[in-house]
Ligand binder design. Structure first.
Ligand code: BG6
Length: 512
């Protein structure tokens, strides 16, 4: 049972519960694909940081599964190096010494029955030596094509069996499928092995503090919700821009592209949190219900040619250096039509949002790394000030700065000091770093802890994943029929077509 599902019975105890640190009970984590980038940069450091913050049980165990010919010691040395390089909290020898007691490595590939039997006996050994109580989460940090194989192997070897008083969970990285049909098939396979409440689909954006703050901003305050609708909002822009290229991820990225990599999950989740109705509680069921309602109400423009754009970076300049175009990157097919930039206009067919466009864009090798949600308000219906004394005012905006400079900005017009009535745009900023002394956990820390606690609030459910593919599939199908993505020089803000898309609506993209 999720800790949140008993909430509401005793409000005082609930309030106290929420203030207590949430500490995982006896458990362990098995990572498939442990030699990959995600594991080294995010997962291993997150486990250490959780241990360092005192949020893991003393016997917590970490098992790596991969093809590499490693002994337990080699694996432990890898974890140590990853922690030293990427952990957020200071290195403490005593924490490390405790963690290393539970580090084990199992060598094998996903077809190797013997390796899965070794995994089984390793878990049994850890239950005895480390007191993990049979509670294990299996983290599939592997290319999506291996998801079915791994879960079927877990089933075949009895590793997914739920025993009385203990749990087995699956944690699945994105992208969850390639389109609606494959996502449904994958869900069917996973649900044959794990019960739905033991499947945790990762969308690491939901683990970010600033993303969780969307709900706090909207629903813990009185001043925003009354204007959070079509009567006041002109449009919404959701941007996730990266300055990096695809690096060494050609094998993953080519054929997937920006829209499947990011819009289907991160950006549609941001849209859902921004646009959904207030949930009855901060409980997984209530959140899924509201997010699914709004995703189900998303409508695509009739003319996809005019209201969607896909692009691909060409050679250009970034940080004073010349960088290669996508087609020149190592491992990329020189004829590839994969999108590294995608922009779409969506509308939401409900009373709150009818007629308000939501513009979503994402891309690699753009001007700079920034993720933000900008709620852009309508212009004041009338200005009593002489227009010659008033600069051309922008529209009021509330900008949720997801990263890197986490916070919220409100933009509004203000009188310029002086003897005339001149009005100019100014902004008011809230910055996490200035208002809080508490440090934010890394998204993966929060999500791994939630998995161990069985708390599903921050994980997209099957309904949301499927609804998101329903939104994206027609766009991808349209793009497949329309030739190559539009090129844009690295270091710019995407193809000219993206600017034209907004100009057609009399609007322009923000330059964050
Ligand atoms: C991942 C995408 O989900 O998010 C990557 O697969 C992208 O392509 C990454 O680079 C960005 O994450 P963040 O947390 O740095 O914004």
């Amino acid at each position: 049972m999720s800790p949140s599902s008993t909430r509401g019975v005793n409000p005082l105890r609930d309030a106290l519960d929420r203030r207590l640190p949430r500490i995982a009970g006896p458990s362990g984590l098995v990572i498939f694909g442990v030699t990959g980038d995600l594991s080294r940069k995010k997962l291993m450091p997150a486990v250490y940081d959780l241990a360092n913050r005192g949020l893991l049980p003393p016997g917590f165990s970490l098992v790596g599964f991969a093809r590499r010919e490693w002994e337990h010691e080699d694996f432990a040395a890898e974890v140590h190096a990853a922690v030293k390089e990427h952990a957020r909290t200071p290195f403490r020898e005593e924490v490390w010494q405790q963690l290393v007691q539970g580090c084990r490595f199992v060598q094998g590939n996903f077809d190797d029955d013997e390796a899965f039997e070794t995994l089984k006996s390793t878990i049994a050994e850890l239950d005895k030596a480390q007191g993990t109580g049979g509670n294990f989460a299996f983290y599939l940090s592997v290319p999506p094509k291996f998801f079915p194989r791994v879960v079927q192997q877990l089933k075949k070897h009895g590793l997914a069996d739920q025993r009385e008083g203990s749990w087995r969970r699956a944690v699945i990285e994105k992208p969850f499928g390639h389109d609606l049909t494959s996502a449904r098939e994958l869900n069917r396979i996973v649900h044959e092995v794990f019960p739905p409440n033991e499947v945790f689909r990762i969308d690491h954006y939901l683990g970010k503090e600033t993303v969780q703050n969307i709900l706090a901003l909207r629903f813990a305050n009185q001043m925003f919700e009354p204007i959070w609708n079509r009567s006041y909002v002109d449009h919404v822009q959701i941007t996730m821009a990266e300055d990096i290229g695809i690096g060494g991820r050609a094998g993953y990225y080519d054929g997937i592209g920006a829209a499947r990599d990011v819009i289907q999950n991160h950006l549609l989740q941001l849209l859902a949190l921004t646009a959904m109705e207030e949930p009855g509680s901060f409980d997984a069921d209530a959140l899924v219900t509201e997010k699914s309602k709004v995703l189900g109400a998303v409508r695509l423009p009739a003319d996809l040619g005019a209201h969607t754009v896909r692009g691909q970076y060409a050679k250009g300049w970034q940080g004073g250096e010349q960088v290669p175009g996508y087609l020149e990157e190592d491992g990329i097919d020189p004829a590839s039509t994969t999108d590294t930039f995608a922009a779409v206009k969506l509308e939401i067919d409900n009373r709150r949002w009818a007629g308000v466009p939501f513009y979503l864009r994402t891309g690699k090798r753009l001007g700079r790394r920034v993720t933000e949600i900008a709620i852009v308000f309508q212009r004041a219906p009338h200005s009593p000030f002489d227009s010659t004394a008033t600069e051309e005012l922008g529209q009021n905006a509330l900008v949720i700065r997801v990263q890197p400079d986490e916070g919220v900005t409100v933009r509004f017009g203000s009188k310029v000091p002086g003897t005339s009535m001149e009005v100019r745009d100014v902004s008011m900023d809230f910055a996490y770093g200035e208002s809080f002394t508490e440090s934010s956990p890394e998204a993966y820390e929060r999500l791994i802890l939630d998995v161990l606690l069985g708390d599903a609030n921050l994980f997209p459910r099957v309904e949301e994943v499927e609804l998101s593919w329903k939104i994206l599939d027609p766009i991808e199908e349209h793009w497949e029929k329309t030739g190559r993505p539009a090129p844009y020089p690295a270091g710019t803000w995407g193809p000219a077509e993206a600017d034209e898309m907004l100009a057609r609506d009399g609007r322009s993209w923000r330059r964050p």
